[in-house]
Write a protein that binds this ligand. Structure first.
Ligand code: FES
Length: 145
């Protein structure tokens, strides 16, 4: 078995773990709420963000969708909690570049997010993976207004 296959298996396990045991599932009261759906399939996410002093204090989501969209939402909330808005948007940029197969800053530790790398091989699923990130970007940009 090559390393490549091992890595694919590992990534699949990480994705399924987030899908079956989503982190930060739920809704935060009195917080910024962003609803977004993927028009191609109708899957949806509701993201709630607690932003204070330009920092994401807390993030929770709920939704209905495929394993890629829901695991990506779980990973995204995990990644942005405690980050400044600037850092959260930077992560989103990196993720978007990763999805487009473009170069990105590999010095930044992406943690579990790296497991979604394989999605680039399935262009139809990229919208699944980016759904939660688009919701987060929208929320952060609106909070700056
Ligand atoms: Fe709908 Fe993935 S199939 S978000």
């Amino acid at each position: 078995m090559s390393n490549h296959v091992n890595l694919d298996t590992l990534y699949r396990q990480v994705i399924m773990d987030h899908y079956k045991n989503p982190r930060n599932k739920g809704i935060l009261d009195d917080s910024l709420t962003i609803d977004m759906n993927n028009p191609t399939c109708g899957d949806r996410i509701r993201l709630t963000l607690d932003i204070e002093d330009d920092v994401v204090k807390d993030a929770k989501f709920e939704g209905e969708g495929c394993s890629i969209s829901m695991s990506s939402a779980s990973m995204m909330t995990q990644a942005i909690k405690g980050k400044s808005l600037e850092e959260a948007l930077k992560l989103s940029d990196i993720f978007s570049n990763m999805m487009l197969g473009q170069e990105y800053d590999e010095d930044i530790d992406l943690g579990d997010i790296e497991a979604l790398q394989g999605v680039t091989k399935f262009p139809a699923r990229i919208k699944c993976a980016t759904l939660a990130w688009k919701a987060m970007e929208k929320g952060v940009n609106n909070s700056n207004e």
